[in-house]
Write a protein that binds this ligand. Sequence first.
Ligand code: F0G
Length: 466
Amino acid sequence: MNARGKSVAAPSRTRAAEAGAIQRCIDSGCGREHGIGERVYMCAGCGAPLEIFVREAVSGDGAALQKTWEGRRGSLDPRDRSGVWRFRELLPFGSDAPIVTLSEGNTPLYDAPRSAAYCKLDVLRLKHQGCNPTGSFKDTGMTAAVTQALALNARTVVCASTGNTAASLAAYAARAGLQSAILLPHGQITSSKLAQSMDYGAAVREIDGNFDDCMRLIQELGDDPSVYVANSINPFRIEGQKTVAFELMEQRAWRVPDHVVVPGGNLGNSSALGKGFSELLQLGLIERLPKLSVIQAEGAAPLAHLFARLGSDESRKKGGVPERIETVANPKTLATAIKIGSPVSWKKALRAILESGGSVIAVSEQEIADAKAMIGRDGIGCEPASATTVAGIRKLVAAGRIAASEDVVAVLTGHMLKDPDYVNAYHRGTLAAEAGGKPIHGAFRNQPVRVAATKSAILESLKGAE
Ligand code: F0G
């Protein structure tokens, strides 16, 4: 992507930002550096992904930063009201950068006792990123990517998406007065997500193909100077998303959880969380890394397959990140957000998982569906992809990789109303993994009951109901 040497320099970045951060190739054999104002997504030398180094995040004074962030709690400055920009010292922007914000972040961390019991854990907490302005975790990254698009004087921002990235980009582009164009796999995203993109004014282009085809096209389009790519190959997205680790730790009074568990699709989110925790460790704000685990849907689980092939914990750590991943040609799952066979950020994600001692596993459609309903019973709710976390934690506890007494946080990535058709089908007993196939048996099915319009009929029907 952005063929080697084709990066476009942007004169508009402040000199302070230029001095304080760089983009660097993640391939340790290459390590080529790019200016923070270069419009480049992959290394111009070797084509590997890039990541951003913010000097303050490596050598800043952790205690002083902690105090500064705390001091912003009561502030009315829009930057301080954002759960991303409140941590701006660790972001690759000058202090005077005009930011594009929808007051993202500041999402709740819930106690989820029913889901905990379901997983056979004493306690489970859910960090609900679905409570962001467009209903998914993507907003924390998009505020940074669209801010960078403005800094680069881009006019059109583009992305490939299974729906949430598109909705988020469309909203932030609208706020910034930029045009957005999104590539979606035709017929494979939920109507709620599509509705959002249309309403926010994006140019919606539906492609005959799957998400991986859309992503390939975006990588080709990225060479064109007329567009700026906002997928998570864009390292500025990751910078915004890493702040979730900071916010989570603040909410927990800086007590490190034993495990943080996230769903895996294109693997930007797990990469970002890993980077966030690693920066906190370098700053001395936490004393160890939580084990970062990623859960994929069985039919779209290239990283889980690779992880299983890496062998024991010890051989995995020793062997490090391999050169290649075997992609899944025709990914399948009802959790359409993570229906991805060729994840672009797998190397960054796997590096963070191995560094922390976490796991990658896959869960079945049945497991996802029941876990989702269980999260609902906690009064929380999420979209199917997010429920892979609780399904996965249950499996990791059963396998002895998480102990009942351990401190576990699952990250819910999307709001329940992102996919109401799925929820209705589950509770009505019509949810099927394949069109025309056998429906999934909903262990926690809760079907509406039709009753006569009388008081006695209603009271009668409630007898015996929970
Ligand atoms: N959960 C939800 C709700 C998502 O929308 C996505 C990804 C993921 C989990 C996986 O996160 O890709 O960082 O590993 N959605 C992208 C999109 C692909 O286009 O909306 P990831």
